[in-house]
Ligand binder design. Structure first.
Ligand SMILES: [Zn+2]
Length: 176
């Protein structure tokens, strides 16, 4: 993480967040990544004093939770806010102040953990369900295979149909 090994690949002007439209700004970077994977890049090996063809891939991204939503297209708000638990997110709603809150954390404990059966300290219920299974890449690909993206602020807002996906991320266009 030393500065000499970091490259600024993209700068998006503010003041407003691009939201889902971040994919429009990412297009040139994604095109370069595709080129680096498919065509490789002539690169100097300073030690051997020769050139070689280098592959390059996007290995991971790092962002905060709102940034995660922007990059992945998965809404991190509301009923299915947890990308790990997805349709099994332990969402509850406080009607008095219109706030969502999230329970069911005990699902991640060992099956015999005493907290699972501690009704007094939690919500007066035992928790016997196993932890949710995260979606696989293949399942996400299947879910989004016919998805039509609409970018731009002038697009009509999509009605909330209970689906946690807001777009098929531009990262899905990478072959790996
Ligand atoms: Zn979760």
């Amino acid at each position: 993480m030393k500065s000499e090994f970091l490259m600024l690949s993209l700068l998006i002007l503010g003041p407003a967040s691009p939201g889902n439209d971040i994919d429009v700004y990412l297009q040139p970077l994604i095109e370069e990544l595709k080129d680096l994977w498919c065509n490789r890049l002539d690169t100097d090996n300073a030690t051997k004093k020769e050139t070689f063809k280098m592959y390059a891939t996007l290995r991971s991204t790092t962002s905060d939770f709102p940034g995660y939503a922007m990059l992945s297209g998965y809404s991190t708000k509301g009923k299915f806010a947890c990308p790990y638990c997805h349709y099994e997110t332990g969402h509850r709603f406080l009607s008095n102040n219109n706030k969502s809150f999230y329970m069911a954390h005990r699902r991640f404990l060992d099956a015999d953990h005493p907290w699972r059966y501690d009704t007094k300290a939690f919500d007066r219920e035992t928790e016997e369900r196993a932890a949710p299974e995260p979606l696989t890449g293949f399942e996400i690909e299947e879910l989004l295979k016919d998805w039509k993206n609409n970018f731009g602020k002038l697009q009509p807002k999509k009605k909330n149909d209970g689906c946690p996906w807001r777009k098929s991320s531009i990262f899905h266009t990478l072959v790996y």
